[in-house]
Ligand binder design. Structure first.
Ligand code: CAA
Length: 387
């Protein structure tokens, strides 16, 4: 076992860290307060190769590996989780499925635009009445008699980056009787007729990452914009989430790291009863537990990234690796951010310090791309073979 990073991994980590500290961290609180989408920063991140880290350079990406992606996500999310959310959707939820299941034309057109950060991508699975039970979707796609296009009628909710997305990977049923096996994936251009955006969601955290409902009414999707085969959509959705969850685990590690570092600084500087609070055993216990959970989360996340890289060679499923990393890292981030607020006392509750933002941002990592309950179900089903 070798824990050393390669030169490329170190390079992308440094690039992400420099940009995150110099450009994102100073404005993170402002974007959180206003809820404004940080479009200019996202474009700059695209120029640095941060929007398509694992995408081959032939399709506009940085051509690096999943460990590089995880390291960069940690750095960006330690500065601002909302920037990290947008980054994760472009990198992972949008590009991964097309790289794996798309045609050469789809890769050139759609992946290139999103991996360079020239456009924003989104992933549309969830519907108002179907979240965790994703296969019960009501959105429908019907192939035209002449076989040239699908007519799509769909309503999707909680679409991350939806208000700014140019392209979406969207899932709809082409055969409702077939359940999960009747779902098909489509590439949607939001500039075509029949695409509408709904209201933007006001959110507890990751406030600068815009989220909205989208609706497609009689949207004509050319047959060449179908991703994969008919009926293959649920498998595509799930395998994209397998990889996506590694990115959310990295996001959680980034938030936890920021909360931990703020706590160390405060424990050294803040005095009570005539001494630094870091000298009190109850604070020391918190610090020791925060650090241990943080490093355990980081290791599990990097291990899942390594498993994904291996799977590209072996074809093995990485579902449990991604679920365990996301489950553990998201709960560690929530716990560490909670301890950080407590350790900061009144200042932890104040908008003058960033820890209350870490606390609000950490919560989403336990919810999106599959709740902690879903991750536990996925892991247990796989371990026992029972359903
Ligand atoms: N990879 C490949 N295939 C998979 C798979 C995977 N990870 N998981 C399931 N499948 C296949 C199964 O093998 C099965 O195929 P067959 O019919 O050929 O046997 C088929 O898909 C159906 O599988 P299940 O019977 O297990 O499906 P289910 O209905 O019981 O659902 C579930 C399983 C794990 C609960 C799944 O629905 C799930 O993960 N739900 C959570 C959805 C989720 O994460 N939503 C988040 C929305 S996206 C988001 O949050 C993005 C954002 O905004 C940032």
């Amino acid at each position: 076992m070798d824990f050393k990073l390669t030169e490329e991994q170190q390079m992308i980590q440094d690039t992400a860290r420099d940009f995150a500290r110099s450009t994102i961290a100073p404005v993170a609180a402002e974007f959180d307060a206003s809820g404004e989408f940080p479009l200019e920063n996202i474009r700059k991140m695209g120029e640095l190769g941060l929007m398509g880290i694992e995408v081959p350079d032939g399709y506009g990406g940085a051509g690096l590996d999943t460990i590089g992606y995880v390291l960069a996500m940690i750095e960006v999310c330690a500065a601002d989780a909302a920037h990290g959310t947008i980054m994760s959707v472009n990198n992972s939820l949008f590009c991964n499925g097309i790289l794996k299941y798309g045609s050469e034309e789809q890769k050139q057109k759609y992946v290139r635009a999103i991996a360079t950060g020239a456009e924003i991508g989104a992933y549309a699975l969830t519907e108002p009445q179907s979240g965790s039970d994703a296969s019960t979707m009501k959105s429908r796609a019907v192939l035209s008699d002449d076989g040239t296009h699908y007519l799509i009628n769909a309503r999707k909710s909680w679409i991350t980056s939806g208000p700014y997305a140019r392209y979406l990977v969207l899932f709809a049923s082409t055969d409702p009787e077939a359940g999960a096996r009747g779902i098909t994936a489509f590439l949607i251009d939001t500039e075509r007729d029949g695409f509408h955006r709904g209201k933007t969601e006001p959110k507890l955290g990751i406030r600068a990452s815009a989220t909205c409902e989208v609706e497609l009414t009689d949207y004509r999707c050319p047959v060449e914009d179908r991703l994969g085969k008919e009926g293959e959509g649920f498998k595509i959705a799930m395998s994209v989430l397998d990889a996506g969850r590694i990115g959310i685990a990295a996001q959680a590690v980034g938030i936890a790291q920021a909360a931990y570092e703020a706590s160390i600084a405060y424990a050294r500087e803040r005095k009570a009863f005539g001494r630094e609070i870091g000298t009190f055993q109850m604070i020391q216990a918190k610090i020791a537990d925060m650090k241990t959970r943080l490093e355990a989360a980081r290791l599990l996340t990097l291990r899942a990234a390594w498993a994904k890289m291996e799977s590209e060679r072996t074809g093995a499923r990485i579902t449990v690796d991604g679920s365990m990393a996301k489950l553990f890292a998201s709960e560690a981030a929530m716990w560490i951010a909670h301890q950080a607020v407590q350790l900061h006392g009144g200042m932890g509750y104040s908008k003058e310090m960033p820890v209350e933002r870490y606390f609000r941002d950490a919560k989403i990592t336990e919810i999106y791309e599959g709740t902690s309950e879903i991750q536990r179900m996925v892991i247990a089903r796989s371990e026992t073979g029972l359903r």
